[in-house]
Design a protein around this ligand. Structure first.
Ligand code: ADP
Length: 273
């Protein structure tokens, strides 16, 4: 399992995460939800060592990720960022092949090349394989970054808003693929999500973050209540269940307590974990 123990992080003394603990089991999907600035991206970046926490530990199958050699860590945890940092031009094929880097000693083996080609085909991107990354749409880039993580072939996969640039069909396609990865290939998935309806539909567990702390966690029906959504987002919402799915229907904005200029905004007293 991927275990986050009492994690804290600050940016130059300004606290962003405090006392976050959670586990991600293989074969399950955990969604991180919460308003902009709640700390979702920061939490994912701490887990994959882009950021160094000021407190707490992250264990992957019992091993502290911050003490693992980077190559070893890359065999255990994959990460799909929201966007790709601008680099020199590479093709789609080269970008997906880069996912095999932890396994490549000197040059890619025929197996690395074959896996890369297969993943690109399976994700219906065969026609883009030789195209430069800087000539893709935002949604296509997002799919390529997911393909790169699939090539990395890790037991745990972290995704930062994997559907934010995708159209409706591709949102469903990608989330079904992610769900199958967990259920069929027994991967542990943690993903930051903005769309509450999609996160309710595709998650086993939802963790609601508020101002860097866990506000509540549980099954989608436990977490997606009108009370929680009002407290966290300042939005009145109606919650319905139809065809086995939870539907969150936002009605209107309501008053939300103002945040102080620095430090954590006030958390409601009834923080449930
Ligand atoms: P979320 O992903 O939930 O929208 P983030 O993790 O991106 O939230 O941000 C959490 C908080 O950290 C926000 O208040 C944000 O302004 C702040 N923050 C994010 N990146 C930086 C940075 N590089 N330097 C300083 N503060 C940052």
């Amino acid at each position: 399992m991927l275990k986050i123990e009492n994690l804290s992080f600050d940016y130059g003394g300004l606290p962003v995460l405090e006392g976050v603990s959670e586990t991600v089991e293989k074969g399950s999907v955990l969604s991180l939800v919460g308003p902009n600035g709640a700390g979702k991206t920061t939490l994912l970046k701490c887990i994959v060592r882009i950021l160094t926490p000021v407190g707490g530990r992250i264990l992957v199958d019992g091993r502290d990720v911050h003490r693992m050699p980077r190559k070893e860590m890359a065999k255990h945890v994959g990460y799909v960022p929201q966007s790709m940092p601008a680099r020199f031009p590479t093709t789609v094929f080269e970008t997906v092949l880069a996912g095999r880097r932890p396994y490549i000693a000197w040059r890619p083996s025929p197996d690395d090349l074959e896996r890369t080609a297969r993943i690109i085909e399976e994700m219906d991107m065969g026609n883009l394989a030789s195209r430069d990354m800087d000539r893709l749409s935002g949604g296509q880039v997002q799919k390529v970054l997911l393909a790169r993580a699939l090539a990395q072939d890790t037991p745990y996969l972290l995704l930062d808003e994997p559907t934010s640039s995708l159209d409706l069909r591709h949102q469903l396609e990608i989330l079904e693929l992610i769900s199958n990865l967990s259920k069929i290939k027994n991967r542990g998935i943690m993903m930051a999500m903005h769309d509450l309806n999609l996160s309710a539909r595709f998650s086993d567990t939802i963790l609601m973050l508020h101002a860097g702390r866990i506000f509540c966690k549980g099954s989608p029906s436990e977490v997606m209540t009108s009370e929680n959504i009002a407290a966290i987002y300042g939005v009145e919402a109606q919650i319905r269940k139809e065809n086995g799915y939870i539907h969150i229907h936002p009605v209107r904005c309501i008053h939300l307590p103002a945040s102080p200029a620095s430090g954590f905004p006030p958390c409601p007293d009834d923080v449930r974990t």
